[in-house]
Design a protein around this ligand. Structure first.
Ligand code: SF4
Ligand code: SF4
Ligand code: SF4
Length: 255
């Protein structure tokens, strides 16, 4: 007598992009070594970068990019209605990222600079992370998003568990890797107030942290400004460094 096992139900996932360089989605296509393992557990039902199909609902929606137009607002509400779990991919989606630097200038000036006399054809909004408009269940930080962190979140969701969210600063991971601090080599680095989870990849290769994963909870921003100015930056240069990825969260603090 033969026994039949019921076909395994796969988790339906979809990918979407908003205002972004699409680098996080392209980064995901670099998962060659893991893709077959992942596809055993999931069915990709929508992914503009890789397929034409569309779906009505998803177990998990992975979303790249910031909200920056009225159309983005409508789309993200629609995706939220269809998705059981919504995950923000990369700094544009999770913290507003580089896009939010536009918020530091009057929105009408930005429209004029980008679209010139056609500006009335292109309605725009200040750049926002997804969480400014809808409930976000998980965030995968970085510019581009970290592939190890993506796999960790992906596997946790596939197993029905809550992913781990790093909240210590990059300096912790940097010290665990026994790196020489770049401040001692005459550079300035945002590791002390930047969220870890990237395994301090930049300082490990001699490149200072630019803060792409956003701020740790309760960052001591004034102390960071003091350190940066003590190490040779003017206050204006130090503020610019801090605003590169953090313009949405802390525009008034760093301006
Ligand atoms: S987080 Fe960086 S790599 Fe990802 S979409 Fe935004 S700008 Fe591109
Ligand atoms: S190099 Fe940067 S991340 Fe590493 S310990 Fe120094 S300040 Fe922290
Ligand atoms: S070290 Fe800093 S800039 Fe580099 S990936 Fe990590 S958070 Fe981003």
């Amino acid at each position: 007598m033969t026994t039949q096992t019921a076909p395994k139900t796969k988790i339906k996932i979809a990918y979407f992009d908003f205002t972004s360089c699409e680098g996080c989605q392209l980064n995901k296509l670099n998962l060659e070594n893991h893709i077959l393992d992942l596809l055993e557990h999931v069915e990709i039902v929508e992914f503009r970068e890789a397929m034409d199909d569309k779906a009505d609902s998803y177990d998990v929606a992975f979303i790249e990019g910031s909200i920056s137009t009225p159309t983005c607002v409508e789309r993200i509400h629609d995706i939220r209605r269809r998705a059981k779990i919504l995950v923000a991919l990369g700094s544009c989606a999770s913290i507003g990222g580089i896009n939010a630097m536009k918020n530091l200038q009057p929105i009408e000036d930005v429209r004029e600079i980008v679209y010139g006399e056609d500006k009335y054809l292109f309605p725009t909004l200040p750049a926002m992370p997804l969480s400014a408009i809808v409930k976000v269940d998980y965030e995968i930080h970085g510019c581009p998003m970290s592939i190890p962190e993506f796999l960790q979140v992906f596997k946790a969701l596939a197993m029905g568990k809550a992913p781990i969210k790093p909240d210590s600063p990059v300096c912790v991971e940097c010290k665990l890797r026994e790196n020489e601090c770049l401040f001692d080599r005459g550079m300035v680095c945002l590791g002390p107030i930047t969220r870890s989870g990237c395994d301090a990849i930049c300082p490990s290769f001699g490149q200072f942290c630019t803060g792409c994963r956003g701020l740790v909870p309760n960052p001591n921003k004034n102390a960071m400004l003091d350190i940066l100015t003590d190490h040779g930056l003017s206050l204006q240069e130090a503020e610019k460094r801090l605003l590169l990825f953090n313009s949405y969260q802390h525009p008034d603090t760093f301006k």
